[in-house]
Design a protein around this ligand. Structure first.
Ligand code: NAP
Length: 266
């Protein structure tokens, strides 16, 4: 790197990590909509898209402080794309990523639930969900915001440095992209733990001890290392079955407690 390139590169990095990034969000539901609201409040420029076009989410977007767009427009002229749609829908949006420059950070919040998403053989056979997602999109992804409940995302965030702050894992292969994602996680009210590369990201998938269990940073580190790849889908399906069999809705605290109990080491 030459002396002239140094400051330019540093300033480019700062602008990516600055407080006013251009962010496109595909998926305006529980997770995408809440991330949009929090990041708009933090000063970022947010565009967001649902499956039915901008008119369908115009009111919601206005309330959030985001611009409603199509999925095609959500990925144009942005620093970051956040993909937050049902997992099985990912191939349907792949075409909009064809011209997305490789330096655009794409964050995948997705989780695979066969009862909802149908069967995806590659993932059932052990391919980490976000590797599958990245292959569908033809673009690298960072896995973040997948391992917290929507209710936690809305109400569980706290200021940086708060004792007992909830931490969530962030996995990916590109260190700089992961730093951008971790900064965004922090701005939404959570500590971000570097969970390693995408190949290790099965450790934060449904049915693992790190998934939707509201842990602090040191607890999350332990939970990630305690994950068992063969057991995770079994615990995922057992948990969903038990939630669906409940006659009256469980409280948020009961859901988190059950996630912890079922996935705990034994
Ligand atoms: N809910 C949770 O607690 C939670 C927690 C962590 C991660 N996640 C994961 O995050 C993802 C999103 O979950 P969510 O709870 O936010 O789902 P959601 O509330 O059902 O919202 C899904 C959003 O995706 C949009 N969408 C669906 N298909 C699309 C397509 N083909 N093109 C563009 N937009 C499309 C929907 O638009 P329309 O309404 O127009 O169809 C909706 O805005 C899922 O993979 C989920 O597993 C969920």
């Amino acid at each position: 790197m030459s002396i002239e390139q140094g400051p330019a590169l540093v300033s480019a990095l700062h602008s990516l990590r600055g407080s006013d990034m251009k962010i496109g969000i595909i998926g305006a539901g529980n997770i995408g909509g809440t991330i949009a609201r929090k990041l708009a409040a933090a000063g970022h420029s947010i565009k967001m898209a649902g499956s039915k076009g901008p008119d369908d989410i115009r009111e919601k977007a206005a309330d959030i402080g985001a611009v409603p767009v199509t999925a095609q427009d959500a990925v144009k002229d942005v620093d970051v794309v956040i993909l937050s749609i049902p997992f099985a829908q990912i191939p349907k949006v792949a075409s909009v990523f064809a011209d997305v420059p490789s330096n655009v950070v794409v964050i995948d919040t997705g989780n695979y639930y066969p009862f909802r998403d149908g069967t995806i053989a590659d993932v059932d056979n052990g391919k980490p969900e976000s590797i599958w997602a990245s292959e569908q999109l033809g673009h690298p992804v960072v896995k973040a915001f997948n391992a917290l409940l929507a209710e936690t995302l809305v109400n569980g965030g706290t200021d940086e440095g708060t004792i007992g702050r909830i931490a969530i894992p962030v996995a990916g292969d590109d260190a700089e992209a992961k730093t951008v994602a971790r900064d965004l996680v922090n701005e939404t009210g959570f500590d971000a733990l570097d969970a390693g590369d995408l190949a290790r990201s099965w450790r934060q998938q449904p049915g693992t001890p790190a998934y939707c269990t509201e842990l602090t940073l040191p607890e999350l580190r332990e939970a990630l290392s305690a994950a068992n790849k063969a057991r995770a889908p079994i615990d995922r399906d057992a948990l969903i079955k038990s939630f669906m069999e409940e006659k009256s809705p469980l409280s948020h605290e009961q859901i988190v407690a059950r996630n912890r109990a079922v996935t705990a080491s034994r």
